[in-house]
Write a protein that binds this ligand. Structure first.
Ligand SMILES: Cc1ncc(C[n+]2csc(CCOP(=O)(O)OP(=O)(O)O)c2C)c(N)n1
Ligand SMILES: CC(=O)[C@@H](O)[C@H](O)COP(=O)(O)O
Ligand SMILES: [Mg+2]
Length: 592
């Protein structure tokens, strides 16, 4: 194609040399390129398709990288990446050693801030803008690009509140597509929905009330409209706010029609958009579905059961309970802190709340877990999803800190079921327990058991189980990672040399079992899918080595470094906890 443009854009300065009338064609090529690559390499699709025009307009109007763009979450920044020197490596997106699926300053000078968790862009861009002022630079522009679901989060409101009393050269571009991963929720969403393109909401404009120069709503798929709006706002003093309306999935019909499914659809046919389904449908269930469907079973028997998710009803599978008991299953939006304290409030009134939060996002609500739940010993159940290495989302999303950060909190019971039946029983037992908070951690994806929906059994807290007897080395494993240890043991010439213990309960620890291990073995390997520093392996190690006889303790888990993106199995190998790495370790130790 002689007139093709995209291949000529190596940096945004190339883009700025184009005539403005050429930009729609560039948008078409950029959209096709994103579809082409994501259809086979996978990743976040709908959000990036929705901001193709906005990405071009931003780099066309602003003098990047001198002007600073801060993308909120960053899952929508594929167009930005492609326009900023990463077109030819975009095929390595989210692959091991490839580029990250999110903006990352180590990767490019155009990525001004590391992102992945939502709602940080306003604070970060304001920080940059105030820093520029202090340096005497009043011309530099600092632009936060934030979605309608992300702006409803507490942190974004904190940033808006502060920005409104500054004269910072801060721009906020609200990319309003009326959906997050799932449909947006809350009163702010209602307010924004009333503001169609060209219409002003009937109520007072809350953004203007916070001292912003407000413009919009405008059509976010018209590059001309965006550039004109930028030009009109440019000379206004103080913080500026542009409200653009876009369609998630724009340009791929199926993605426009099913925006939830096409947030991150996996592989699909790039021409028709049809998702390429796994041929073998008879797979073990995802742990998320075990959680979601079990909760429905429990909620049918107990009217006091409530489910809460901060913005992840589909991802966490709380959607099942939302379908059956809409009034008892709540999506509160991107509001992890609120979700935890809301759960605490309901618990004070005798409700049994199951608060489903990804491990990585629970980091946001650490104080609420301590101050609002644990300190008051309220019987909230934290269903800690995506615990462990999550794969291609990478360092921002791995759920590897929860064991370390929760273990030290008094009153918490922390369970790590090692399979779907154990998870189901842990949920059941938690539903019958009212003496305090319980955390149940489980990973992203599927286990190994097909037949899991059995009658409930009690999951005893603080009870470990020997699952394979052995004579020389004890492997004390926490959670579903035990599958790798079992497989490695199976591949040994003499498996009976390795004993495998499923710890099941991180807090309390089974001291009787640990005493047994202490007496029987001198070499002990601990395995957990979490950071070693502060992890349960360290606690087991200090217990075992508390007497006169010193044990050889090998603590395996996530080392003291942020783990990059890649397939989960690849990352397990990097951390030394894949089947193959465990096999090699067993063989080496047995040689000694
Ligand atoms: C703190 C936090 N909670 C939850 C998420 C998961 N998450 C990623 S994108 C997203 C929705 C964002 O919606 P919006 O801001 O409207 O952007 P859009 O996808 O529509 O472009 C959510 C909930 C996250 N990244 N960070
Ligand atoms: C960008 C973001 O934070 C989410 O889209 C996240 O990638 C979801 O992860 P899961 O695919 O594990 O639900
Ligand atoms: Mg949105």
């Amino acid at each position: 194609m002689n007139d093709a443009i995209l291949h000529t854009i190596n940096i945004p300065a190339d883009l700025r040399k184009l005539k403005q009338e050429k930009l729609p064609q560039l948008a078409k090529e950029l959209r096709e390129y994103i579809i082409d690559i994501v259809s086979t390499k996978e990743g976040h699709l709908g959000a990036s398709l929705g901001v193709v025009e906005l990405s071009i307009a931003l780099h066309y109007f602003f003098d990047t990288p001198k002007d600073l763009l801060v993308w909120d979450v960053g899952h929508q920044a594929y167009g930005h990446k492609i326009l900023t020197g990463r077109r030819d490596v975009f095929g390595s997106n989210r692959q091991l050693n490839g580029i990250s699926g999110f903006p990352k300053p180590e990767e490019s000078i155009y990525d001004t801030f590391g992102v992945g968790h939502s709602s940080t862009s306003i604070s970060a861009a304001l920080g940059m803008a105030l820093a520029s002022q202090l340096k005497g630079d009043y011309r530099k522009n600092h632009i936060a690009i934030i979605g309608d679901a992300s702006i409803a989060s507490g942190m974004a409101f904190e940033g808006l509140n502060h920005a409104g009393v500054t004269k910072a050269n801060l721009w906020i571009v609200l990319n309003d597509n009326a959906i997050g991963i799932d449909p947006s929720v809350g009163a702010l969403k209602d307010y924004l929905t009333k503001a169609g393109i060209g219409k002003k909401p009937r109520q007072a404009n809350i953004i203007e009330a916070l001292n912003f120069n407000y413009s919009g709503p405008i059509d976010g798929h018209s590059i001309d409209a965006i550039i004109n709006a930028f030009a009109e706002l440019k000379d206004k003093d103080g913080p500026k706010f542009l409200h653009v309306i876009t369609k998630k999935g724009k340009g791929l019909q199926k993605a426009e029609e099913d925006q939830v499914r096409y947030h991150a659809p996996g592989k699909f046919d790039k021409t028709t958009g049809a998702i390429i389904e796994t041929p073998n449908k008879n797979l073990p269930p995802k742990f998320q579905d075990v959680f979601g469907l079990t909760l429905v079973d429990l909620a049918k028997e107990n009217k006091k059961i409530i489910g809460i998710t901060p913005a992840m009803p589909t991802g966490s599978s709380l959607k099942y309970m939302m379908q059956v008991f809409p009034e008892r299953a709540l999506d509160v939006g991107i509001a992890e802190q609120h979700a935890v304290t809301l759960s605490a409030g309901m618990a004070t009134q005798g409700f049994k709340v199951f608060c489903a939060i990804y491990s990585t996002f629970l980091q946001r609500a650490y104080d609420q877990v301590i101050h609002d739940v644990a300190l008051q010993n309220l019987p909230v159940v934290f269903c800690i999803d995506r615990a462990g290495l999550v794969g291609q989302d990478g360092a921002t999303h791995h759920g590897v800190f929860d064991i370390a950060y929760l273990r030290s909190i008094p009153n918490l019971i922390i369970l790590a079921p090692s399979n779907a039946i154990e998870l189901r029983n842990a949920l059941y037992t938690a539903s019958t327990y009212s003496n305090g908070p319980i955390c149940i951690r489980y990973p992203r994806g599927r286990g190994k058991l097909l037949n899991w929906r059995k009658s409930f059994e009690v999951f005893s807290f603080g009870e470990a189980k020997v699952i394979k007897k052995g004579t020389k080395i004890a492997v004390v494993s926490v959670g579903t990672i035990v599958e790798n240890a079992l497989e490695a043991r199976k591949q040994l010439e003499n498996p009976s040399l390795i004993e495998i213990i499923d710890m099941r309960s991180i807090k309390p620890l089974d001291k009787e079992m640990l005493d047994y291990v202490k007496q029987k073995f001198s070499t002990v390997i601990t395995i957990e899918e979490g950071v070693i520093a502060g992890g349960v392996g360290e606690a087991i190690g200090s217990f075992l080595n508390s007497g006169p006889h010193l044990h050889q303790i090998i603590n395996l888990g996530v080392p003291d470094a942020f783990v990059q993106h890649g397939k989960v199995e690849e990352l397990h190998a990097l951390c030394g906890i894949s089947t193959q790495k465990l096999l090699e370790l067993f063989q080496d130790l047995l040689k000694e």
